[in-house]
Design a protein around this ligand. Structure first.
Ligand code: ADP
Ligand code: 5GP
Length: 234
């Protein structure tokens, strides 16, 4: 059985950056390419970042029960095709899903063993800065993403792991540790006496990102998002 990893994050937290880097260093991962009705951004290619389809095509796929989960995000449909999980199983790989909080909840219901990871920016100011430096979105879209981020962040406690993406290299290492530690557990190497020193180190690093172990570090981050009453008002 393939392991399933769910990664969610408010837009601009650095999820794509982290996932792209981790894919280069963790073998045996299959990346699910979602279907979406949103328009491609500059530089995006059909079949690489997403499969870009019309609303009618997406709704036809819903009717055919082709999705493991789907949701409406920013007014567009996004969905994970069932076939990716089947393909991951055939290829003996673990499946990595980059999906929003609604999709994460649907997957957790269907696949209780799925491991969920929520990526957070160090604070709201930094998120705003990252959204701007990425300069992919127009100003109203950035403002909308910030408001949505505050709402999404409230769901942090539905996830198994929380990764605060402050220093990039440390975050890459933490994400790698979570993926590999969970793989070790699935392989049945949870018996402490069977573990090598490297495995013990990996598991310890992953444990530092467990929801219960980051609650204190989360406080100021959550507070930075709560301070904003409404878009445009600081
Ligand atoms: P997401 O996929 O979550 O929307 P991106 O990966 O596109 O976010 O990252 C948003 C911006 O933040 C990009 O310009 C990226 O280079 C930058 N970024 C990502 N991680 C970090 C980090 N740890 N420190 C500083 N900048 C980062
Ligand atoms: P973006 O438009 O920035 O690429 O993605 C917007 C949001 O949609 C992100 O939070 C992303 O995780 C989410 N998303 C992407 N693909 C899927 C999917 O297949 N299902 C769900 N539920 N959300 C998705």
């Amino acid at each position: 059985m393939s392991g399933v990893y769910i990664i969610s994050a408010p837009s601009g937290s650095g999820k794509s950056t982290l996932v792209n880097r981790v894919r280069l260093i963790v073998p045996g991962l299959k990346f699910s390419i979602s279907y979406t009705t949103r328009a491609p951004r500059a530089g995006e290619e059909n079949g690489r970042e997403y499969y870009f389809v019309s609303r009618a095509e997406f709704e036809e796929m819903i009717r055919q029960d082709a999705f493991l989960e789907y949701a409406e995000v920013f007014g567009n449909y996004y969905g994970t095709a069932r076939r990716f999980l089947l393909e991951a199983e055939e290829e003996g790989k673990d499946l990595l899903l980059d999906i929003d909080v609604q999709g994460a909840a649907q997957i957790k219901r269907k696949i209780p063993g799925a491991v969920s990871i929520f990526i957070l920016p160090p604070n709201r100011q930094e998120l705003e800065k990252r959204l701007r430096t990425r300069s992919l979105d127009a100003e109203p879209v950035i403002q909308r993403r910030l408001v949505t981020a505050s709402r999404e962040i409230e769901n942090y406690d539905k996830y198994d792991y929380i990764l605060i993406n402050d220093r990039l290299e440390e975050s890459i290492d933490a994400l790698k540790s979570i993926l590999l530690a969970e793989r070790l557990k699935r392989a049945g190497a949870q018996e402490e006496k069977q573990r090598s020193a490297d495995d013990t180190d990996l598991i310890a690093k992953a444990e530092r990102c467990r929801l219960n172990n980051v609650r204190e570090r989360l406080r100021p981050i959550l507070a930075s998002f709560e301070k904003v009453a409404a878009p445009g008002i600081r």
